[in-house]
Design a protein around this ligand. Structure first.
Ligand code: ATP
Ligand code: MG
Length: 570
């Protein structure tokens, strides 16, 4: 089979026991055939016009991961040919996120704008060979003469300009002699091609706009379809992996490389984009969320951005693990949120210390516990890993428990505290509810209990059992904290909206619930930003970067189980 014919078909190897993805198999086949004696080279080519999201993580893990796996190289290349929307802020955020995921471009950091002079040279080559021409039609005229899927386009009246005239006009375009939009350089291919991308596509346009990397050095900018294959060739990329929306651009990618003296011959292979339920992974829509200020910024912990997930407390290993599990195919991929959340739980569970926090406090007074007495219980920081140590949790006469761990008239399956009922306060004592005090509106304001001093540590010497174990904090020792609980940004698993819509109306109103006066055990007060904990029975929480010891702020990364509906009742 000729090399190019096999590139984008399904290459699932039926004899292979372990499922491998088609790109890995393609690369293995190329290496087996000794097509790349120097090894393979890939690239991750973000446009610096926004922050990276979970979809980009898939591409990063694929490109950097496959290079690592096959002892190849991967470039981080900023695809910065559109000065309007690009900025140094985005460049540095992207670099930080790639490193955070654990990938290293070593000395292979590039900008497509580094190649502007070389690209200009390739354009001159095309002109000299009669493969490109300067066209004076307006953008609108170019659109209307392009034809449709069923009708051919028509040739530009400027298509037959001589190479000399084109060279002169192109160099004057570069020199800034012409107004924006007045002329473009177009490839001369075929206005009746069934592939619209081949109908004399624009290669260069005039734009008077300061560029974040090249300043005012250029006023003509190369288009993506011209820049991308040539940047790949300049870097010696062997496998140019991109998402399926570029499938029809592949013919133009190949055409460009075949019509200039490209230093290498990369090939493009497409895979499907990742989308994730209940959120959006499109920079345009994420930009709209930020600019309409319905989220606090690109790193809002509800955002599917890598910076948002970092702030929320998702560890990078969880994201890399997720990208491995979802696989690489050409089928549309809308992944359930629970898959990502499970990866987060699995990454955090073995390593993060446990602690007590009460989100919605209800006061409990232990009536037979002496007013001036205090004691400490030893609590394991991790149930299965003694190396995480232990801590001393203070206990006294007044405690806080969760409001929903008490019910005055409990239904059948409620095993927590209720009048006359005995439960275990984790690590401490068995207590029995003796009385309930109401406020003037009839709401439960305080619960009275007695404790059994014989049950220190939480077990009765007579062997009697209790059905419920609840967590608590000492009222005297606990400190207030702000806790933020998150739900998905949207209620619709496949949210559909445009950047012009009023996004405040579409957002899940419970996507961020802030609790101002949660109670945390003393050991949590000095936790550093970024530190993660499991608050027992409540989920995994991470200290927000804005946190101080005066007002600690915790973000819930994930709840303990994957039904986020449960959270609604909490
Ligand atoms: P968006 O559509 O969100 O604006 P983009 O494709 O314009 O994204 P780029 O900065 O051009 O963003 O993307 C860099 C690389 O990441 C590209 O190779 C692109 O194919 C890949 N990529 C972007 N979004 C996804 C996704 N959802 N799943 C997998 N790969 C993606
Ligand atoms: Mg893009």
């Amino acid at each position: 089979m000729p090399r190019s014919a096999s590139r984008n078909g399904s290459l699932m190897n039926e004899n292979h026991a372990a499922p491998s993805h088609f790109i890995r198999q393609l690369i293995q086949a190329d290496l087996d055939a000794n097509r790349h004696p120097q090894g393979i080279t890939t690239r991750f080519p973000p446009e610096p016009n926004g922050y990276l999201h979970i979809g980009h993580a898939k591409s990063i893990c694929l490109n950097f991961g496959i290079a690592r796996e096959f002892s190849g190289r991967c470039f981080l290349r900023f695809d910065d040919t559109n000065p309007d929307r690009e900025s140094p802020e985005f460049v540095s955020a992207i670099k930080q996120d790639v490193q955070w995921l654990g990938f290293d471009w070593e000395d292979r950091l590039r900008h497509a704008s580094d190649y502007f002079e070389q690209l200009y040279g390739f354009a001159v080559e095309l002109i000299k060979a009669g493969h490109a021409f300067v066209c004076d039609l307006s953008a609108e005229e170019i659109r209307t003469t392009r034809g449709t899927l069923t009708t051919p386009g028509s040739n530009s009246p400027f298509r037959d300009r001589s190479a000399e005239e084109n060279l002169d006009l192109f160099s004057r375009m570069r020199d800034g002699e012409f107004a924006e939009g007045s002329r473009v350089l177009r490839a001369k291919i075929d206005m009746s091609s069934p592939n619209i991308h081949l109908r004399d596509p624009a290669l260069y346009r005039i734009r008077y706009q300061t560029h974040h990397n090249t300043g005012d050095q250029w006023c003509i900018y190369p288009m993506y379809d011209f820049t991308h294959p040539l940047s790949d060739a300049i870097e010696g990329v062997t496998h140019s992996l991109c998402t399926l929306e570029f499938e029809d651009n592949r013919a133009l990618y190949d055409w460009v490389l075949e019509h200039v003296s490209a230093p290498a011959r990369p090939y493009q292979t497409e895979f499907s984009r990742l989308s994730l339920e209940y959120t959006v992974v499109s920079k345009r829509l994420l930009t709209a969320l930020v600019s309409q200020q319905v989220v606090s910024g690109w790193d809002d912990p509800r955002m599917p951005t890598l910076s948002g997930m970092r702030r929320r407390g998702f560890p990078p290993e969880a994201i890399v693990d997720f990208c491995g599990r979802i696989g690489v195919t050409r089928n549309q991929q809308n992944v359930e949120l629970s898959v990502l959340e499970n990866c987060v739980r699995e990454a955090l569970d073995p390593s993060v210390p446990r602690a007590f926090s009460v989100l919605r406090p209800l006061k409990v007074v232990i009536e037979n516990y002496p007013d001036d007495q205090e004691e400490h219980f030893v609590a394991q920081n991790h149930p299965n890993d003694a190396s995480l140590g232990e801590r001393h949790v203070p206990f006294c006469r007044e405690l806080f428990i969760e409001q929903d761990d008490f019910m005055e008239n409990p239904p059948g399956k409620f095993f927590r505290l209720a009048p006359g009922r005995e439960v275990r306060l984790r690590y401490a004592y068995l207590v029995t509810c003796t009385d309930v005090i109401h406020d003037e509106n009839g709401n439960v304001a305080e619960v009275r209990c007695t404790y059994d001093p014989e049950t220190r540590g939480g077990n009765a010497p007579d062997g009697r059992k209790v059905k419920g174990t609840i967590h608590w904090v000492s009222a005297k020792h606990a400190q207030d904290a702000t806790v933020r609980l998150y739900e998905p940004l949207f209620n619709d698993p496949e949210p559909k909206f445009s950047s012009e819509d009023n996004l405040a109306d579409i957002l899940n109103p419970n996507s961020c619930v802030t609790i101002e006066q949660a109670k945390i055990e003393p050991s949590l007060v000095s936790a550093k930003p970024g530190a993660c904990f499991q608050f027992e029975r409540l989920g995994y929480f991470c200290v927000d970067p804005t946190s101080t010891e005066v007002t600690p702020v915790f973000n819930r990364a994930v709840s303990l189980r994957d039904t986020w509906q449960r959270v609604k009742n909490q």
